[in-house]
Design a protein around this ligand. Sequence first.
Ligand SMILES: [Cu+2]
Length: 396
Amino acid sequence: MNRRDFLKTTTVLSAAVLMPHYLLTSEARAANNSRFPVALEPKMDGDVKEFHLFIDIYQHEVVPGFQFHTLAFNNRVPGPEFRVKQGDKVRVILKNKTELNHTIHWHGLHVPWRMDGVPYVTQMPVMPGQEFVYEFTAEPYGTHFYHCHWGTLLHMQSGMFGSFIIENDDDPILKKFPYEREYTLIYSAHDSNFVRNELNAMLERMKERMYLMKTGRFDKKRFAVFNTKEEFVQAVEAGYLPPYVISRRSQADLPQPNWFTVNGKSYPMTPNLYIRSGETIRVRLINAGQTEHYLHLHGHDFWLVADDGLPIPQPWQMNTMRLSPGKTADIIIEGKNRGIWTFHDHDTSRVTNNGLYPGGNLLALVYEDLPAEETELSMMAQKMGLPNLPHVALDE
Ligand SMILES: [Cu+2]
């Protein structure tokens, strides 16, 4: 395929994805179903729900034509969704198949402190080839998530995050707003250059370290590894320079995210929220990335019903909400205004793909009962006095 043919094909493809009538097709809806986290099935061991997770390097596609190497749980970005009942006994057997260290932090859960996943504080890091077993009781009710807590700056934006939903048979939100469908949306931000460079550098360092350890030539100082604070202080007094003295990273060298994903995908591959007139849906929003989001829904006010998983006693309405890094929020959308409406970050720098608009965390609330003829753009074109729809090619 030559360049012109390629451009023609991709233009048609992206135009088809963008066209409102396409969103109502069964094909679009089927494709959409695969854009939400997949629930991880437990195996029962007595009264314990046992889950298996592994970490491996995985090539993940964000949009057609852009893939990057990630560190992923069970070869998925985001990782699989945990869905358990409040009070369930949970066991997670984690297998590390990479050449890097990892842990899992259960964000928002009240686990025993030794299960909290902070390396060298609550546990030793899970080293290459090792297994670690997390055990806890699922508390409290609500929308939470999990993520790697080793080298968090790199590992989280590399794909190591997933949703953790704790249900309750006596759900106060379901009682107040009887909903039929619910959706999980996990937001993240990635600097693809930073991920590539750091991942390569870390793998190199790790290989070197393993080799030196095996051959008995491992120099603790060179790798900034000390067993005690005293050992570190003595080394400094003897002239050792810690890495942060020798080299510094400027603000510009810190990650500058250029890809903004929802459930691991950027627009136009982002998941859409389907609804019917008169229907109520619940949306669980999780910010597993490092940037804030100011999420705005067109044509509706939604109810904020839970903050960090905790039900809000008196829900209130809004149409733009701030979702800080690490936060979860549950919102209720009532199907009261038939149409196709965008739901996106109002800081439009995050509605881009590698700096190009539109992209990023742009998605749509789509009414399934919208008559197809109402989606015809030609109707609007005629209203604007245009004889035909304008054609825009990617290279024009
Ligand atoms: Cu990790």
